[in-house]
Write a protein that binds this ligand. Structure first.
Ligand code: HEM
Length: 532
């Protein structure tokens, strides 16, 4: 007989360190007052669990629940199975621990598993329901995705190769000249690419006002979205409080005006360029030229492009940080990539996109870097829009489905016993060529990992991100060797996740970057001069 998913009661959402004072006080009150009662309820509940996915014993583990490393550890799957269910103050959260379940629900049933949680403050007020990544599943979302695919699809992203090649050379030169704190170079590099690809802007400097403006917006957005920030998310009637009495509402509405002006200004620059006969490929140019076909209003266009931009900056920079860490921990992998580059590209010129098809080890490294790096450890929540029955269990409408990405990407049944190792050869066949079918199932688009998400919400920027990363890996490895500085002690930490914003970064680490041959720097500069 069908059963409902077992529930336990959790406080995940109120443990965040953000939020206004009232929310935090209320959260603390509920936490203290509720603990005794909940302990009793949960204990009796867990004793009587029906077979199937188990709710988490939250009382003992409440601190762990707020800790992504605990949740993302493979032991969770051993302990709780393929599906873990938490009732977070009335909202069901299903944490998916197997690719089989993720595909069954998020891809095969994607019609009902493709919405997002509804955020009153950030959704209704701060972005006027125009922020791509949190749009509910519906017409506007479908239109945003269609328009994005016109320029970001697998067959069209080659338009951006010149930008990506130029930026890879700039990055390599910057790292040779100033190797300390590589993360700041990755950061500038990723934003610079996104600004060029979206708005045809020239390369930017580290402290460019564009980055500052966009990051201010992103910081506010992420703060608002964080559980516990706004009381109105728990008491929706508060949205009807008049503006005069609700500062959060006034602020959010003002931010919408301010951010719309910013995104419209970026779009306006491309509009002016086109009017002046400057017609170069960019996302904004495509959107403007196809205005009547797309039927989007000007403010919708501005937010679409603006939020594709914000989604791609930090994620790509973070992927580079994890990859660099892997290069330090696995010098043998680096050495094999160097050998491939020497054989295919040689040392007379830096690599280009024309070389990429002949660099199977570097392409496998791209897949492995994305598999191994927990950039978004739980993906983005897919909200279920109807009650659903799965393997005899009811998953209630409104459940937020999170993908336990590291557990899914580290499944030994899919990737082999050495899942924790950074080993690109898992993607290569006996001839050293890329396998076409990976991981026991035909992975959508052949990624061989689940880092870009699933189904109708899969990352629309994934082909562009892959182009950026593969060109960066090839160029940086062609030019230099990465080593731990002399005297470094202890093992590098590959487990801890540092999540100041959208993505989960590794703990900062020191890295020495040594040019592989004396001419490398001059050849990079010469390559770059072709783009100037
Ligand atoms: C390594 C880099 C990146 C990673 C790991 C990544 C990962 C993701 C993930 C996991 C999602 C949610 C998918 C889901 O809900 O199933 C997502 C959504 C999204 N990504 Fe990416 N992404 C990356 C780079 C980019 C880039 C470069 C762009 C833009 C060019 C981009 C644009 C977006 C957008 C607009 C969404 C929202 C899609 C929607 O809600 O329907 N991403 N990304």
């Amino acid at each position: 007989m069908a059963t409902q998913l077992p529930e336990t009661i959790g406080f995940t959402w109120i443990l965040g360190d953000s939020g206004d004072r009232t929310t935090r006080l209320l959260a603390a009150f509920i936490l203290i007052a509720g603990t005794g009662l909940i302990t009793r309820l949960a204990k009796s509940y867990l004793r009587n669990l029906p077979p199937g996915p188990r709710g988490l014993p939250l009382i003992g583990d409440v601190i762990h629940i707020a800790n992504p490393e605990w949740l993302a550890s493979p032991e969770r799957k051993d302990e709780y199975g393929d599906m873990m269910y938490i009732n977070a103050l009335g909202t069901g959260m299903l944490i998916i621990n197997s690719q089989r379940v993720a595909v069954d629900l998020l891809e095969k049933r994607s019609l009902i598993y493709s919405s997002r949680p509804h955020y009153i403050s950030v959704g209704d007020f701060m972005t006027n329901n125009l922020a791509f990544g949190i749009l509910p599943y519906g017409d506007l979302l479908r239109q945003f995705r269609r328009v994005t695919a016109e320029i970001y699809s697998k067959s069209t992203v080659h338009h951006f190769h010149p930008i990506q090649s130029r930026e890879a050379l700039i990055l390599a030169l910057a790292l040779i000249k100033s190797p300390s704190k590589p993360e700041r170079h990755f950061h500038r590099h990723s934003w610079s690419i996104m600004l060029s690809v979206n708005y045809d802007l020239p390369p930017i400097k580290e402290d460019d006002p564009c980055i500052v403006e966009i990051e201010n917006h992103l910081d506010r957005f992420l703060l608002e979205i964080q559980p516990g920030t706004r009381l109105v998310e728990y008491f929706p009637w508060l949205k009807y409080v008049p503006n005069g009495l609700a500062k959060w509402k006034r602020d959010a509405q003002n931010w919408f005006v301010q951010d719309s002006l910013m995104f419209q200004r970026f779009l306006g620059k491309v509009n002016d360029d086109l009017a002046n006969g400057i017609d170069r490929p960019s996302f904004a140019a495509t959107v403007i030229k196809n205005r009547s076909k797309h039927g989007l209003s000007e403010v919708e266009q501005a937010w679409l492009i603006g939020h594709v931009l914000t989604a791609g900056g930090e994620t790509t920079a973070t992927a580079l940080e994890w990859w660099l860490l892997a290069m330090l921990v696995y010098p043998n992998v680096q050495a094999r990539a160097h050998a491939e580059l020497d054989e295919v590209v040689g040392r007379d010129r830096p690599p280009t996109f024309a070389d990429i098809p002949f660099l199977p080890y570097i392409r496998a490294m791209l897949k492995e870097a994305l598999r191994w790096s927990p950039i978004l450890p739980f993906g983005a929540p897919h909200t279920l829009t109807e009650d659903d029955w799965y393997e005899g269990m009811l998953i209630p409408k409104g459940t937020m489905c999170l993908q336990n990405v590291r557990v899914l990407n580290f499944d030994p049944k899919v990737y082999g016993e050495n899942v924790a190792e950074f080993d690109p050869t898992r993607y290569l066949d006996e001839q050293g060529q890329l396998k076409t079918v990976e991981g026991g199932r035909e992975v959508q688009d052949g990624h061989g990992h689940v880092t870009f998400g699933f189904g109708r919400r899969i990352c629309p920027g994934r082909h562009e991100a892959e182009g950026t990363l593969v060109m960066d890996f090839a160029t940086l490895l062609w030019a230099m060797r990465f080593e731990r500085p002399e005297g470094s002690q202890g093992e590098l930490d590959v487990h801890t996740l540092v999540q100041p914003g959208l993505a989960a970064h590794p703990v900062p680490f020191e890295c020495k970057m040594v040019p592989r041959f004396p001419e490398a720097e001059a050849l990079l500069s010469e390559g770059l001069s072709m783009y100037e």
